[in-house]
Write a protein that binds this ligand. Structure first.
Ligand SMILES: Cc1cc2nc3c(=O)[nH]c(=O)nc-3n(C[C@H](O)[C@H](O)[C@H](O)COP(=O)(O)O)c2cc1C
Ligand code: SF4
Ligand code: SF4
Length: 402
């Protein structure tokens, strides 16, 4: 029988699914409700030392859509909008009612880097009973502009300084949340570990500009006619999150919580295969609610049964040996595209793609079925990727190396 319980930085979690620090962890009542529905843990919305100085704007969350479907979000939300004292009461109550669920406090939205404020908040939350801390060195927009968030995560010196403050203040586990858009992310993870961090989480949102209204020349989302750089999240950033987690796992021996575009058990397994032992989720919960936990836990357990994994630790990092420097990838064979004549609907998309971005290897037959000239085909994979009929185009080995 597979067990989805997991040990993470010294805490036994009922499952690896943790609510990321974000709107789904905005209040104590919400976190308790999520725990009741089965979430393994939660990172409280990043705490604000003095929330009255950081009022949120309206609107601040924007859904990115394609063909009417939400494919991601951008936001420029700031830290928690309630006093530290109220959060401390929430922590006491949550830990009393849900002791077996992991509860981490996320530090800290503050004005500049004030050592006494970081230490004070860490000490008070430790006393209230949190299980550990996540240090938000990764917010890519508002906090970063003020010298916090990703500004800390981009500097080895600042990472070590701030982790050191918290390490000397509390004995509880410390996780450092790193941003994706930094040079040499393993170096940043190493710096955090050397300064006393017990775990790394990655990634946060990617800094972006949502878009421009081409008639009024104003960016959106529009806050009284103006906008700001924001943070991109959701399925679109999953490949970046996977890259970051894999690079950290390849280079630093430390527990990792994988974040970025996770919406189902398969996304979760992908993160585990590249080195994560827990995962955190925000955007999918913003879109579908806490109830996705049921599919996540059942899907993961079913996968483990099928693969005969008894514990999550049995497959953490199993995909890493297959990731290698590009120069070491095989050049020993060539592929050519093949069309399944019974499936082709004659749309011609592959003909255009190969003609204008490939090797002019595809033509449309009189019977409106695409035909690939194997000699001309360079096996790039573009046509298979854009063909609207799943399974219609396959890449097969050429006889000669070409
Ligand atoms: C509206 C919104 C607010 C967020 N606020 C925080 C925050 O306060 N602290 C933090 O560390 N991350 C924050 N995040 C980032 C998420 O925790 C997470 O790292 C990111 O959204 C990527 O995960 P996802 O693709 O599952 O959304 C926020 C994300 C969104 C969309
Ligand atoms: S694999 Fe590339 S070169 Fe070959 S047919 Fe498709 S698009 Fe053209
Ligand atoms: S894209 Fe696919 S379906 Fe369309 S013509 Fe090419 S092979 Fe046929």
């Amino acid at each position: 029988m597979a067990s989805i319980e997991v040990d993470f930085a010294g805490f036994r979690c009922p499952n690896p699914f943790i609510l990321a620090s974000a709107p789904p962890t905005n209040t104590g009542e919400m976190i308790e409700r999520a725990f009741d529905q089965g979430w393994g843990g939660a990172v409280i919305k990043t705490l604000t030392y003095d929330y009255t100085k950081y009022k949120n704007v309206n609107p601040r969350i924007h859904a990115i859509k394609q063909d009417g479907r939400v494919i991601g979000f951008t936001n420029f939300e700031l830290g928690a909008q309630k006093p530290i004292d109220e959060w401390l009461e929430d922590v006491v109550r949550i830990k009393k009612n849900c002791p077996e669920h992991l509860l981490l406090a996320s530090l800290l939205h503050t004005e500049g880097l004030v050592e006494s404020q970081w230490k004070e908040v860490a000490r008070r939350f430790a006393q209230a009973g949190v299980d550990g801390f996540e240090l938000n060195f990764s917010c890519s927009h508002g906090m970063a502009e003020g010298g916090g968030g990703a500004t800390i995560g981009s500097s080895v010196g600042l990472i070590q300084e701030v982790v050191g403050w918290i390490r000397r203040t509390v004995t509880l586990p410390i996780m450092v949340k790193l941003p994706a858009m930094v040079e040499n992310i393993p170096q940043k993870a190493k710096a955090a570990k050397e300064a006393g961090a017990d775990a790394i989480s990655a990634i946060n949102t990617l800094n972006c500009l949502n878009g421009m209204d081409v008639y009024t020349f104003t960016p959106y989302p529009r806050v009284d006619g103006k906008s700001a750089f924001s943070g991109l999240s959701g399925a679109m950033i999953r490949p970046v999150g996977l890259r970051c987690v894999a690079q950290i796992a390849q280079n630093v021996k430390i527990p990792i919580s994988g974040i970025g575009g996770i919406a189902n058990w398969e996304d979760t397994v992908q993160y585990i295969l590249v080195g994560a032992s827990t995962v955190q989720i925000c955007s999918a919960v913003m879109q579908y609610g806490y109830r996705i936990i049921e599919d996540l836990t059942h899907g993961l357990a079913d996968y483990m049964e099928k693969m005969e994994f008894a514990h999550i630790s049995d497959f953490v990092g199993l995909g890493l040996p297959s990731i290698m420097p590009h120069r070491e990838l095989s050049r020993d064979y060539r592929l050519a595209s093949h069309v399944d004549r019974t499936q082709c609907v004659g749309c011609g998309l592959c003909v255009i793609a190969c003609r204008d971005s490939g090797y002019q290897a595809i033509s449309m037959g009189k019977d409106r079925i695409a035909f690939v000239d194997e000699e001309k085909c360079d096996g790039c994979g573009l046509c298979k990727g854009i063909c609207p009929v799943e399974g219609c185009m396959e890449l097969k080995r050429k006889e000669s190396k070409g």
